[in-house]
Design a protein around this ligand. Structure first.
Ligand code: PMP
Length: 476
């Protein structure tokens, strides 16, 4: 034992704690997103509810950032993590395998009906997108080592693929790229997003819109030189940038056809849209296409651990296997066993409790309620989404679709109203000056939501409250 000496007198202890005393209002040592304000402090999570240190409790209608899909205190997941730590807490998964890693990868591959071949596990969505880029590049080095020409990626406007430099380079998120433009990768081009509300012109049919976007992609291949393009990259349902925007029917088939025409890969970013969120395990399963490479993250571990993944199809896996046989990539925390144990249990719960079916059913109910309550609202321009992933876009003028000025911060005002007065969380997204992106909020309730909870969410997001918010912000 260590001799700690006599107990410190109360008065001295106060002096020692100094700045940490609550009444002295210490500055936070955490580098928060804003250095000017301190965010609310979460102290407990109970099912779908979060409680803050000020005693305020909210129904978390967005699962954080579409993450906590089975709630915050699932006992089965906790036990699975504890059991894994009891066996071992970490191993170097670059050199070793382990049972939960093997089982998780097998579960994930099974979930694609065998369309994908192998899974690679990391810690964040951005890492998964970086790995996908490198995997695509390595694929062409494997199949055509003499002609290492395919270095260009084609991504889309109004997209978000992550915050690290490679993933940010692919992202069309103007605000997040802003400060770092000079540091981004040069080999990334962009085509228009598929956004029916903002992108389709009056009188245009869905088929014509798809044709227009396919032509644009084709022209981009031609412009870059088709033999230089490595992959086309897209989110099946765009999440953070424009707020839950699914592609129009036939879009992904048309895009895949162009990729196939030029021998390029299709990379689908399912970080937000995947793992059940959109009513199928992967959103691409509703699009009649199979990606060459896909990523996933948020619903994978449901927030119980930092975990993300990349899956590759047989074309990619076979090429690597018959080539160098080694994926030239690696992370210290890849395939972390405790994270794998958490994700494996989350995925088993989703499968055993038929939660994807519940997402489809409660999602359809939410869709109906949102339309019933908000369609007539003078400032709700568009309601769109899939499964339990819905976006509500606000406009200053419904006829012209003119967005509110970004300076008015409408989405944020609605978010604060929800948080403080209604006890729900609405994930806000701010519009851009050019109107490509309008102010919106995003809803992403838990997969375990009941009809009653869906009603509560829809009622609390109802028109009078939103109208009131806009009056308070002086916009109407
Ligand atoms: N891709 C998509 C589609 C995302 O929504 C996000 C995060 N919102 C990312 C990538 C990046 O994930 P992370 O924040 O975990 O790095």
């Amino acid at each position: 034992t260590v001799d700690m000496g006599p107990p410190t007198p109360e008065s001295e202890r106060d002096v020692m704690l100094g700045d940490l005393k609550e009444d002295s209002q210490p500055k936070s040592a955490v580098l928060h997103r804003s250095l000017k304000t301190t965010p609310l402090q979460v102290v407990s999570g109970n099912g779908k509810y979060l409680t803050f240190s000020n005693g305020h409790t909210i129904l978390d209608t967005t699962c954080g950032a579409a993450v906590a899909c089975i709630g915050y205190d699932n006992k089965r997941v906790k036990q699975a993590m504890v059991d894994q730590i009891d066996k071992f807490s970490y191993c170097n998964s670059m050199f070793f395998s382990h049972p939960v890693g093997e089982e998780l990868a097998a579960e994930l591959v099974r979930g694609t009906g065998g369309a994908m071949s192998k899974a690679y596990i990391m810690s964040s969505g951005s890492e998964a997108m970086e790995a996908a880029m490198k995997m695509a590049r390595q694929y062409y080095m494997e199949v055509s080592p003499q002609q290492p020409k395919r270095i260009n990626f084609i991504a889309r406007e109004s997209s978000y693929h992550g915050t690290t430099l490679g993933a940010l380079s692919m992202s069309g998120h103007v605000a997040r790229r802003g400060l770092f433009l000079d540091m981004l990768l040069p080999n990334i081009s962009r085509v228009s997003a598929c956004n029916a509300y903002r992108g389709m012109s009056a009188g245009q049919t869905v088929e014509q819109y798809v044709e227009q976007l396919a032509d644009e992609l084709d022209r981009k291949f031609q412009e870059l030189g088709p033999e230089t393009v490595c992959a086309f990259v897209a989110e099946p349902v765009v999440g953070a940038t424009i707020g839950c925007v699914p592609a129009v029917p036939g879009y992904f088939k048309a895009m895949k056809k162009i990729c196939d025409k030029y021998g390029a890969l299709l990379i689908l970013d399912e970080v937000m849209s995947g793992m059940g969120r959109c009513g199928s395990l992967h959103a691409w399963q509703q699009e009649d296409v199979v990606p060459d490479i896909q990523t996933m993250a948020k619903g994978l571990g449901g927030g119980y651990a930092s975990i993300s993944g990349m899956m590759i199809n047989h074309r990619i896996a076979d090429a690597l296997e018959s080539g160098t046989g080694i994926f030239s990539h690696g992370h210290t925390y890849q395939g972390h066993p405790v994270a794998c144990a958490a994700a494996l249990e989350v995925q088993r719960i989703i499968r055993e409790e038929n939660l994807v079916e519940n997402v489809r059913n409660t999602g359809a109910y939410l869709e109906n309620l949102l339309h019933a309550h908000l369609d007539s609202h003078p400032h709700v321009g568009n309601i769109r989404g899939r499964g339990l992933f819905w976006g509500i876009e606000f406009v200053a003028d419904k006829e012209t679709k003119e967005p509110f000025p970004p300076s008015a911060n409408v989405a944020n005002a609605v978010h604060l109203k929800g948080l403080n007065d209604l006890g729900i969380s609405l994930y806000p997204g701010t519009g851009t000056k050019d109107g490509i992106v309008g102010d919106h909020v995003l809803l992403a309730p838990a997969y375990t939501s009941t009809s009653e909870e869906i009603e509560e969410i829809a009622m609390k997001s109802m028109s009078e409250e939103l109208g009131q918010t806009q009056q308070e912000t002086g916009l109407v």
